[in-house]
Each structure stands twice: as structure tokens, then as C-alpha cells.
Design a protein around this ligand. Structure first.
Ligand SMILES: [Ca+2]
Ligand SMILES: [Ca+2]
Length: 328
């Protein structure tokens, strides 16, 4: 059974837009007055505030770069691997597609360029596709769909998934200056949700999972499996009045978690004047849901990101983000 709920919110003034994902643990998302409708925008009204949640993953060919083990494995820094995920309800034939980054092209449907072993060119609905660099025992116990040549620099790369028309279907690490949004030597970079945008809030460092590397060490990551951060990270929605924010405003939020009781979640409300690079806390130590009367008069006016952040006791976290104008 699949259920839909918000994982990360990317917002427009006067509302929030969340994204849809799948869950294996039966979590359902609830917000009074909000109708969750797969594939469309659901709009509800909460205490007079307009709440909009974009739940759409465009139906066809929704394949994402879901995990990037740019730092290799414990066995070898060359033991890189990459995971794609088909978020749609249909199989996707990736013949003619390619995964590219600086100096590297990996065709997904033919043995050419960086691809020297091709075992599959169809990704099943809600299925995973694993690319291993160099050899199939980079990840032991999970057969690679593709074995490829090409290195990911520790100094950062932008990965792009291209369809047969050369259109960019998905990216990973776009906009990250001089490094990676997450991951480290021996640990992957996991997307927090297949539907999450590619930005600084959307990636987490992998944790030990169920697979071994070529030297028998546990891989920190989830090759060919749902991402650990997806299965464990809090989801949060928030709501603010529309228009420029002046005076005292009501900032409301609601967080849920796939595997942690709501009472164990801790929420903070934050402002960023630098596109999320740094967060300035407005208030911390909040419960999983509620509202806060925020006096904006003490904050410099300007374009900001408002970030509601929920964290569980294991350190998994999720955010809702709203681009807004502080009126001063
Ligand atoms: Ca994974
Ligand atoms: Ca959790």
C-alpha cells in the first residue's frame, strides 16, 4: 500500500507547496481541511489561511537520481555507485537516456561511452536502478544494472539525467559550490524524498544498511533500496498569511514522522537571508504542531526564506521552506 504525504515543502507566498512521495510504513498525512489528492494540487483552508500542497509527480517517466555514493566505499574510494528511482506507476524504458556529468557520459540503454556492462534498460514502477563503477562487487549482494567507467570528484559534480530528447529529467548536487550537499568518504548522499527538489535541504548522508562492499564492510547507504532518510525523516507542513509579512503574524506548522511518535519531534522556526546557507532561529524547542505569533518588527526587511525544521531523536530532519518578503 502506498500513501502520499508531504516530505519537503517548497513554497510560494501565501501558501506552501509540498511534494509527494511513497511510504512503506502506512503513514498518512493529515492537516485539517486539506484534501490530499494524488497528482493534483490540493488546496485547503486552515484557520483562515490558504494552504496549498502540490502533490504532483508528472505521471510519465518520472525517474530521479536518488542516491550518489560519490565517496566510494570503505573498501575503496573508487567504489562509487549511483541509484536511480522510478517514482511513477509505470515501467520506464531508459533506452536512449544518459546520465552525465563533467567529462562523463553513461548511456543507460546501450553499451557505449562510459557503459561497459548493461543488464537492464527498464526500471519497474517504484523500482530502483543501480549503476556500479568498475565492477559488480562494488556493492555485494545486489547485481548492478549497469557497470560504468567514470569518476565522481570529491570536489563536487553536478549529475544530470537526460531523456532521449536531451531534456534534463533530474539533477543531483546542482548549485553546490565546491563539494557535495551530503555524503562523505565511504558514505552515500541520499535524496530525502524522490520528489524533493535538488537543493541544500534535500540530501542526507547515508547510514549503515544491509549491503557489504568488496572488502566485507557494511556500506553506508542503501543501494537499490529505499533511502534510510526517506524511511526515517520527519515531514513538516507550515502555513503563513499571504503577502508581505509585517507586524505580528501567525506561523503555523505540523510535523509527522514515519517511525517516531510526534511527541518526540522538536521543531524550530528559522529565517534565512542567504538562500538557506545560514538559518537564524526565530524560536526553537517547539512541539510537532502548533502556531507561533511572530513579531517580525525586530527583523530586517527583505527577501527571505522561512524554514520550519523538524528533527527526531535520531537526528533525522525535514523542512518546509517558504520564500517570503519581510516588510519590516
Ligand atoms: Ca537508496
Ligand atoms: Ca524518524
Amino acid at each position: 500500500m502506498r500513501t502520499f504525504f508531504s516530505v519537503i515543502a517548497r513554497s510560494s507566498p501565501g501558501g506552501i507547496m509540498g511534494t509527494k512521495g511513497w511510504g512503506r510504513k502506512g503513514l498518512t498525512w493529515g492537516w485539517p481541511g486539506l484534501r490530499i489528492v494524488g497528482g493534483v494540487i490540493a488546496v485547503g483552508r486552515v484557520g483562515g489561511l490558504v494552504l496549498a500542497v502540490a502533490l504532483s509527480i508528472p505521471g510519465a517517466a518520472q525517474v530521479v537520481i536518488n542516491e550518489v555514493a560519490w565517496g566510494g566505499t570503505e573498501a575503496s574510494p573508487y567504489g562509487e555507485w549511483i541509484e536511480l528511482y522510478n517514482a511513477s506507476d509505470e515501467p520506464v524504458d531508459v533506452s536512449g537516456w544518459a546520465l552525465v556529468w563533467e567529462g562523463v557520459t553513461i548511456p543507460l540503454g546501450e553499451e557505449s561511452g562510459g557503459t561497459f556492462v548493461l543488464r537492464s534498460h527498464v526500471i519497474e514502477p517504484h523500482g530502483f536502478f543501480l549503476l556500479e563503477r568498475g565492477r559488480d562487487d562494488t556493492v555485494v549482494g545486489r547485481q548492478a544494472d549497469i557497470i560504468y567507467r567514470g569518476a565522481l570528484s570529491d570536489r563536487g559534480e553536478t549529475l544530470r539525467l537526460l531523456n532521449p530528447w536531451g531534456e534534463v529529467v533530474s539533477t543531483a548536487n546542482l548549485g553546490c559550490e565546491g563539494g557535495w550537499w551530503a555524503g562523505e568518504a565511504g558514505a552515500s548522499m541520499e535524496r530525502v524524498s524522490p520528489a524533493a527538489p535538488d537543493d541544500r535541504f534535500s540530501w542526507r548522508t547515508g547510514i549503515p544498511g544491509g549491503f557489504l562492499d568488496a572488502a566485507g564492510a557494511v556500506i553506508r547507504g542503501s543501494p537499490g533500496e529505499p533511502n534510510a532518510c526517506w524511511l526515517s525523516s520527519p515531514r513538516i507542513l507550515m502555513s503563513l498569511p499571504p503577502g508581505p509579512l509585517t507586524g505580528v503574524i501567525s506561523w503555523a506548522w505540523q510535523a509527522q514522522d514515519p517511525d517516531t511518535p510526534a511527541e518526540d519531534l522538536v521543531v524550530s522556526l528559522n529565517v534565512s537571508y542567504d538562500q538557506g546557507v545560514t538559518l537564524q532561529p526565530v524560536v526553537e524547542g517547539l512541539p510537532a504542531s502548533g502556531s507561533f505569533d511572530w513579531d517580525t518588527s525586530g527583523w530586517p526587511p527583505g527577501e527571505v526564506l522561512l524554514v520550519a525544521r523538524a528533527e527526531d531523536p535520531d537526528g533525522f530532519w525535514g523542512v518546509a521552506v517558504l520564500a517570503a518578503e519581510l516588510g519590516g
